[in-house]
Design a protein. Structure first.
Length: 281
């Protein structure tokens, strides 16, 4: 990846992270930790990989995206706002009564959302259905989904994985956000799904393991996923929960806690400083 493209993506990811902090602070609730860990992959998906256009959100040939770990909607909303699906000012209304942006994605009220999600394990099943529909209809759009690593403790995920491989859905690419923390602690403490890559391989998937915060690796992974035929692809991204905000990184308690005023100021200062340094560099 050339330097200028990477720089733009890094800035976009920082702006998505700012939206996460902005939204959860004004909501006084939400899930910043896992939202921050997927900011980079969302930046790449929406600004490099996927065929989506805010001017034509219902284009039947658009690529589909499902945020299977729906509680990380603040990051998705940041990406959608930056892509032009709605004004960035909406971010401050996150989780407010009657607002467009609720705690989990809703396809009936939020432009750019292809599937309502929130009940863990179900989003990936919807994504599999979308990919299968494209095959039935002879369409060439692709379907993408992001799952949490705690989410894959759900049995429904593995039923969907088995079905997708059986149907050879090579137009399906999922990302497992492996930050190793869920609401009650580490994966090993709660209910370990490890080894994750080997399990998807055993189900017949093409598996790629990457650093979630390295845009070169992200690009290589999605390029390889497009080139793979006869199998769905699972990208296992090793990420840092709370990435980009020093006091949130690798802290399970930030799974579902909103920053207070002092924490908000510190987080935004850190992200703004990183953004300014990048623009000057």
């Amino acid at each position: 990846m050339d330097v200028s493209k990477k720089k733009v993506l890094e800035q976009t990811a920082l702006r998505i992270r700012k939206a996460v902090i902005e939204g959860t602070y004004h909501a006084k609730s939400g899930h910043p930790g896992g939202s921050l860990s997927i900011a980079d992959v969302l930046a790449y998906l929406y600004f490099c990989e996927m065929n989506v256009d805010a001017a034509h959100p219902d284009n039947p040939n658009r690529d589909r995206f499902v945020l299977s770990k729906g509680h990380c909607a603040p990051a998705l909303y940041g990406a959608l706002a930056l892509k032009g699906f709605f004004d960035e000012s909406e971010i401050q209304s996150l989780r407010h009564i009657g607002a467009m942006l609720q705690g989990h994605p809703c396809m009936t009220s939020t432009p750019g959302v292809d599937m309502s999600t929130g009940s863990l394990g179900q989003g990936v099943s919807a994504a599999v259905g979308m990919a299968l529909a494209a095959k039935f209809d002879g369409k060439d759009y692709r379907t993408y989904a992001i799952l949490g690593d705690g989410e894959i403790e759900e049995g429904q995920v593995w039923e969907a994985a088995m079905f997708a491989a059986h149907k050879k859905l090579d137009n399906l690419c999922i990302v497992v956000d492996n930050n190793n923390l869920q609401i009650d602690g580490s994966l090993e403490e709660v209910n370990s799904p490890y080894p994750i890559p080997e399990k998807f391989e055993a189900f017949g998937w093409n598996v790629i393991v990457i650093d979630a915060h390295d845009f070169d690796q992200i690009e290589e992974a999605f390029t390889a996923a497009r080139a793979c035929t006869g199998k769905p692809t699972a990208i296992i991204q090793k990420s840092v929960k709370g990435k980009g905000v020093s006091f949130m990184e690798n802290q399970a308690n930030w799974h579902g806690s909103a920053p207070n005023a002092e924490q908000y100021e510190q987080a935004m200062n850190e992200l703004n400083s990183a953004l300014s340094a990048m623009k000057e560099g």
